[in-house]
Design a protein around this ligand. Structure first.
Ligand SMILES: [Zn+2]
Length: 265
């Protein structure tokens, strides 16, 4: 009963959120929210309900039988694409209480996106007809924390002049054994620098902005996803997972057509 009430409350909040002109609070590129396309709305409902069950300790563990395995072996139609961090505590199938064939998951530390991430999203959207992608960050993300620590170390460096230097801080010794990790930190650094201009706590704000920037990078670099969005066949939502409560706080879906104009390509 508690779980069903919780789900009902979440869905009420969800519907209220979707139906109003909610905006991202963490971004300096505030964009009006939109209503989800009908397929994405159904998918998102399943995600919200599953996360409520997980956080309450009442998982159904759906679609994990031999019958499901044999069924999806014939073909897949995942209802949601999830791009999230590689953190071991962030398995999307568990925290959204989903099963085989339900989610198309792409994971990389810091939930940053590159060309191959975007290609994976495009494949699921175009060929598997997934109507929704969720870009999911999380509380106390180690990758974002590393970028914050790099930024703070730069501030303590005598003679630092501009914030732009922090962005290249991790590149100062790219031939060393940390070159790859430094590349990841550099990818996250713009989010940290944007967060540092706000009065809110640095790490949580950087985590929020990093999700936003991954959304911007995804849609900004994908004419295919923008076309699908313009045809109302594809939507994107951001979220941040609370490691302690198990809850995901979602941002309102963006009006991607407005977003595309802001990106300018
Ligand atoms: Zn992380």
């Amino acid at each position: 009963m508690i779980a069903s009430l919780t789900v009902a409350l979440q869905l009420t909040l969800l519907n209220a959120q979707i139906s109003t002109k909610t905006t991202f609070q963490s971004s300096n590129t505030t964009v009006a929210a939109k209503k989800l396309n009908p397929y994405a709305e159904n998918a998102f409902r399943s995600i919200v309900e599953g996360n409520a069950r997980f956080s309450e300790g009442l998982k159904n563990n759906p679609h994990q039988t031999v019958e499901t395995r044999l069924d999806v072996a014939k073909g897949q139609a995942p209802h949601t694409i999830v791009v999230t961090c590689a953190d071991s505590r962030l398995c999307p199938e568990i925290l959204f209480d989903q099963g085989l064939g339900d989610l198309f998951v792409i994971r990389v530390a810091g939930n940053v996106v590159d060309q191959f991430t975007i290609a994976s999203i495009e494949y699921a959207a175009e060929h598997l007809h997934s109507p929704l992608v969720i870009i999911l960050g999380h509380e106390r993300c180690g990758a974002v924390k590393a970028a914050v620590e790099t930024y703070e170390a730069h501030l303590k460096t005598p003679g630092h002049q501009t914030s732009a230097h922090a962005e290249s801080h991790g590149q100062s010794n790219t031939k060393d054994e940390h070159a790859n990790i430094n590349a990841l930190i550099n990818e996250i650094m713009p989010s940290v620098m944007e967060a540092a201009r706000k009065t809110t706590p640095l790490l949580p704000t950087a985590i929020d902005i990093n999700v936003e920037n991954s959304i911007n990078n995804t849609m900004g670099h994908s004419p295919l996803l923008r076309r699908l969005a313009e045809e109302d066949k594809f939507d994107v939502i951001g979220g941040v997972y609370d490691l302690d409560t198990g809850r995901v706080t979602f941002s309102a879906p963006k009006d991607i057509r407005t977003f595309v104009r802001m990106i300018g390509n």
